[in-house]
Design a protein around this ligand. Sequence first.
Ligand code: NIG
Ligand code: FE
Length: 412
Amino acid sequence: MITLITNIKELLQVRETPISKVSGAEMAILPTIKNAYLVLKDNIIAGFGSMEDVPEIKADSTIDATGKMILPSWCDSHTHIVYAGNREQEFVDRINGLSYEEIANRGGGILNSARKLNETSEEEIYNQSKARLEEVMRLGTGAVEIKSGYGLTVDGELKMLKVIKKLAENYPVTIKATFLGAHAFPLEYKENKKGYIDEIVQKMLPEIAKNKLADYVDVFCETGYFSVEETEQIMEAGIQNGLIPKIHVNQFNSIGGIQAGIKYKALSVDHLEIMNPEDIEALKNTETMPVALPSCSYFLSIPYTPAREMIKAGLPLALATDYNPGSTPSGNMNFVVATACIKMKMTPEEAINAATINGAYAMGVSDTHGSITVGKKANFILTKSITSYYQLPYAFGTNLIESVFIEGKVFE
Ligand code: NIG
Ligand code: FE
């Protein structure tokens, strides 16, 4: 099945030679072709170029994209979209003056979601989660990482990972699964942290490895959650079970989580709202991708990741949503890109690089996603008629997507 798309006003993020990520210095450049064509063969990008060189091929279908642009679909490398219910009441409690920390300390927060998840059937969790997945696919996400971490029991964590597996089987979007048993200490282990870590290391991880239920292992390394030492212990056990670390660090405090992640060759270190100069220095010349989550900063009114300082230091940066019921009940990558420009002073070129190729790297899919490259998956966004790609972050809140192609087909 050959599809030819013609008269594309501008084809964005074109990479003739495959790359896996772009560094800080390269992020300012977004390669494009104006007045372009794109050829798909089944679910794969088979060719592209300037309309002057459009090939004379017999296509099964032709789409005229006059006035419209095409860019690779968003790669959202950090989400928690499998959860039960919501935390609307905590949202109102925060408006009325409580902090995220105060809510967590009185048994709300992650433990509130864990309670709900353990009381909800696998089928019901699947139904709630698939609605979120469909929503983000329509918003242009073509690859998504999903974490467990609201079970905090052997059964609950396995239930979440099975839901993620079922989503991956039933939807064309690319999904990577991350085990986040170390998201918070359950109440019954408050005075016995070692006991919960033993549960993770001795029971959860071997079961997950045996059933191939996860690609990555995550830990919430933060004051009041998992210490650096505990984080290292869990990363090590994850690695022994075939999982690559990808961790939550520096959301509220800089306690050495970045350095621990680098030591264990984490694929990414995520959040990074609080960064000191040593943290930036540590990330230089490593293979670990820093990931910023600006809609979390927006929702919790906490600092934004200092993107300018990091890019100036030569570091790459990826952007993701963090879609979850507590700190970011939104999976809209378009909003993330706009917020990165508006609040973190990233240029549109930097933000698009961060949300496509660098996002793909941060979830281990840059061989197949994140750029318009021959041989990569035909996962891309066709925009409505727009004046320039600056409009994407500029007109924040306006949906400028006409259709989303996943595996070469429009996702309805
Ligand atoms: O990435 N920081 C830790 N975990 C999530 C929030 C979890 C929650 O509040 O439910 C995050 O922000
Ligand atoms: Fe998160």
